[in-house]
Design a protein. Structure first.
Lengths: 323, 521
């Protein structure tokens, strides 16, 4: 197993390097550079001003040299300096990462828990009204655009009912501490986490239901029944455990992208996370920041994929690590 | 509310004395409280001598100050300078600085700070550099006097001292260091009514009251939270749910303004933009074969229904532009050729010009829904008169690049005019301002020696009556030539909870700081 993990890490480093080089050139294909954006925002741009900015950001150097400087930095864990935010990229990402992780892991946890539960129930009561209700709801959540869910939930829970705050991570200026702070953050978390969670929950519900129905028909389940095992044990030990494999695969793919994937939700709810940082960096052509977020997200995808492979082993001991 | 007003009127009719005292009582500022305002996008920094974008000016106008402020009619008012004199030959400007002013760290403010700021701004602040082009020397005969000597008279000179155009920064913090990388830029120190407290990136910027502010009794409020909310709809909701009290101009989409304005206890004002006078127009690339023809450019002016744009897209806010100058700035005249909406005339002019349906690219400004809709409306207007229009979609960096590289046919923009045609108008039409790779100059490539000469003379002419004569002449020529298609004098309403009083007291508006604002609890 150790050699498997070591091999995957070495491969991962090369993949990461390839991603950096590709993204480095890809984002420079978009028209405009940070100097032109900042000159535009300043409302006055003579040649001297634009040139000063380009020199400051090293954009006047040849592209290969810029790439070399960047890669050299990444190797020493220096992700460079954000042109626009005037801060080291690593510091910016580190500042925003906790908020994003809190949001996405909560959403991920809720969606997995509820998705598998509802999927199991739907499969258990396949063909009944309960199954129909769950399946139709899941389809609805799956098909509804995230931004619409976000805006409608703001309208309902913040504007009409006044139950939940509509934006932000915490109540600004309230300076809560201890449990009051936890409660405050939790209240702010509900809507954005549910917005992301509902979509993934729908996916897991449908996947679990389909997978369980398929496994239920297999011979070993019949054998278990023939052995006289109780239905709850068959469902849990035999059916669910085997049916979870595709769900784990899907969750593995999702979990990696969750780090940078909450762009829309974080923007609508003004959640100070990585997704928003990425979106703003893109609009401002903040090359270093964009690349930095890409590097962190790519690393996360690689790590989560590795973790997924390890989880397979736990779910299904028959799977062996090819070394 | 209405009942109270009626009652006050009734009382007033019975006893003028009662009315007067009630009014006086109502106007008495109250101390304390915090204002929550929206800021968007998040500023890149707060050091005003280095960063001059809109959000920075809005936040930092509370931290830093200029020598002067400007009334809503653009008359200079005391700021860090308490008085000023201009020599009869209009070449020497002497400012007497206010004594007893301290920086937020307690050090005294003196003329040395002003001299240091001028030298720094010449390097770091593109607009200040341009404004100081006629400056021969600046001296400080004593700690509280600053004398500017000009190479020749420069009409708009008295108008360049507001906080965004010429922020005064502390010499003792920056002297001997690289201003651009000084760590103090993260914790800006000014002389303004509010001090920097905290900036939680992506969430808020907190300013607190400067207890040693040099205007006795001010500011009235304890502090300001500038809240960073990236989505326009979310900003509307934040206001609607009472989480923010102030939506500075442009914070929410225009189509949302009428709805939000009608919310209970909501006050709306268009004041505070007089100095900037944002003017929207379409660059017409005079270099392209189609748009090089004056008749085509005039046809575009007749083809576009600008009243419709104002009434529908901008919800009745703003004014239809009559020419290159906004009606709010000096030396404006409306005694120029008029271009009413007249599609028939536009068609006739296009025919006369020999337009054969060549494709013309139209680039709307990528600043949100309002601008996209405006682009669509104009496209329809132009198609209706027989033009072949292709819309080019892009984002802000792309639009900046295409404009500055002259890679467009028709492109929307809006620019500030800074109170005087020599500062904010001439730069868009004179030949010397044609420079590829730069934004905010003569992007359309219009060149007319007579216009060049008039703008050159207008900047240095004295007295004002002479300047009026020159600028009226140049406005007439430009409106006849249509180098660009002027659309609207924009108005960005500031929306506030009515409990916030006296927020906007000058022509600089929200950018001039909240020093006069108070909360009626």
């Amino acid at each position: 197993m150790l050699s498997f993990v070591a091999q995957r890490i070495v491969k991962g480093v090369f993949v990461l390097l390839a991603i950096i080089v590709m993204n480095f050139f890809l984002i420079r294909l978009a028209p405009g550079d940070p100097a032109s954006v900042m000159a535009g925002e300043a409302g006055a741009s003579d040649a001297q001003f634009v040139q000063q900015l380009r020199e400051k950001f090293s954009l006047d150097k040849p592209l290969p040299e810029q790439l070399f400087i960047y890669v050299k930095g990444v190797v020493t864990l220096d992700l460079g300096f954000s042109f626009r935010q005037q801060m080291p990229v690593a510091k910016l990402i580190a500042e925003r990462l906790p908020a994003t992780l809190l949001l996405t892991l909560t959403a991920f946890g809720i969606s997995l828990l509820l998705g598998i539960t509802f999927g199991t129930l739907a499969a258990r009561f396949a063909g009944t009204w309960a199954d129909t209700a769950i399946t139709v709801s899941a389809l609805l959540f799956y098909a509804t655009p995230i931004f619409w869910v976000a805006l409608m939930s703001i309208l309902l829970f913040s504007v009409y009912l006044g139950w939940l705050p509509s934006f932000g991570y915490e109540t600004i200026g309230a300076n809560y501490t201890g449990f009051a702070h936890v409660k405050d953050v939790a209240l702010h978390l509900v809507m954005p986490a549910m917005t992301i969670g509902l979509f993934f929950m729908a996916t897991y519900t449908r996947m679990t239901r389909a997978s369980m129905l398929e496994v239920k028909r297999l011979d070993f389940v019949k054998t278990a029944r023939a052995k006289g095992l109780r239905d709850s044990i068959i469902q849990r030990r035999h059916v669910l455990r085997n049916a979870l494999l595709p769900v784990v695969t899907l969750a593995g793919v999702h979990s990696g992208t969750l780090v940078g994937g909450a762009v829309l939700t974080e923007t609508v709810f003004a959640w100070p996370g990585i997704g928003r940082l990425l979106y703003e960096a893109l609009l401002q052509r903040d090359y270093n920041l964009l690349l930095g977020v890409f590097v962190v997200c790519s690393a996360m995808v690689l790590i989560f994929n590795l973790v997924t492979d390890l989880v397979y082993r736990l779910v299904d001991p028959r799977i062996e690590f090819a070394s | 509310m209405l009942k109270k007003f009626v009652l006050a009127l009734a009382l007033a009719s019975v006893s003028p004395l009662v009315f007067t005292s009630t009014m006086a009582l109502a106007q008495e500022p109250k101390m304390g409280g915090t204002i929550n305002a929206v800021i968007q996008p998040e500023p890149p920094g707060l050091m005003l001598a280095l960063v001059q974008n809109g959000p920075t000016q809005m936040v930092s106008g509370n931290i830093y100050e200029g020598l002067l402020r400007y009334s809503k009619t653009l008359e200079p008012q005391p700021g860090l300078a308490e008085s000023w004199t201009i020599s009869p030959d209009a070449k020497t400007y002497t400012f007497k600085l206010k004594q007893g002013v301290t920086w937020h760290d307690g050090k005294p403010f003196t003329a040395a700070d002003v001299l240091f700021s001028i030298e720094t701004l010449k390097i770091t602040h593109a607009r200040a550099r341009n404004n100081l082009v006629q400056l021969d020397k600046v001296e400080a005969p004593d700690d509280y006097t600053v004398v500017f000597t000009l190479k020749q008279p420069f009409g708009p000179f008295i108008g360049i001292f507001e906080v965004g155009s010429m922020p005064i920064i502390p010499k003792h913090i920056y002297e001997g260091s690289d201003v651009k990388t000084n760590p103090a830029n993260n914790t800006p120190i000014g002389t303004g009514p509010f001090m920097f407290k905290e900036w939680k990136k992506g969430s808020f910027i907190q300013l607190v009251k400067n207890p040693n502010y040099h205007v006795k009794g001010k500011p009235y409020i304890d502090g300001i939270y500038w809240q960073i909310i990236p989505d326009a709809a979310a900003r509307s909701v934040a206001y609607e749910t009472g989480k923010v009290d102030v939506l500075p101009g442009g914070s929410i989409e225009n189509f949302d303004v009428p709805r939000v304005s009608k919310l209970p206890n909501t006050c709306v004002t268009g004041d505070g933009w007089e100095f900037f006078s944002p003017m929207a127009w379409m660059w017409l690339n005079n270099r392209t074969p189609v748009l090089a023809n004056k008749k085509v450019r005039q046809a575009i002016m007749y083809a576009v229904d600008r009243e419709f744009a104002r009434d529908v897209i901008w919800n009745g806010l703003g004014k239809v532009a009559t020419g290159p100058s906004s009606s709010a700035i000096k030396f404006y005249t409306d005694n120029v050729q008029k271009y009413p909406y007249d599609p028939a005339k536009a068609k006739a002019l296009l025919k006369e010009a020999g337009y054969k349906g060549e494709k013309v690219r139209l680039m709307p400004l990528p600043y949100g829904e309002t601008w996209s809709r405006w682009g669509e409306a104009v496209k329809q207007n132009l198609v209706d008169v027989g033009m072949n229009i292709e819309t080019i979609a892009t984002d802000v960096p792309g639009s900046n690049q295409k404009n500055s590289e002259w890679d467009y046919d028709i492109s929307f923009t809006y620019l500030y005019q800074y109170g005087d045609p020599a500062l904010g108008v001439g730069r868009n039409y004179v030949t010397s301002a044609i420079a590829k790779g730069q934004l905010f100059n003569n992007l359309e490539g219009y060149s007319n020696p007579e216009v060049d000469k008039l703008f050159e003379e207008g900047a240095v002419a004295t007295p004002d009556s002479k300047r009026q004569e020159i600028y009226e002449k140049v406005q007439k020529i430009l409106v006849e030539d249509v180098p660009v298609a002027w659309q609207l004098e924009l108005q960005f309403p500031t929306i506030t909870n009515c409990k916030i009083k006296n927020l906007i007291t000058t022509g600089i508006g929200v950018n001039d700081g909240f020093r006069d604002a108070w909360i009626d609890k």
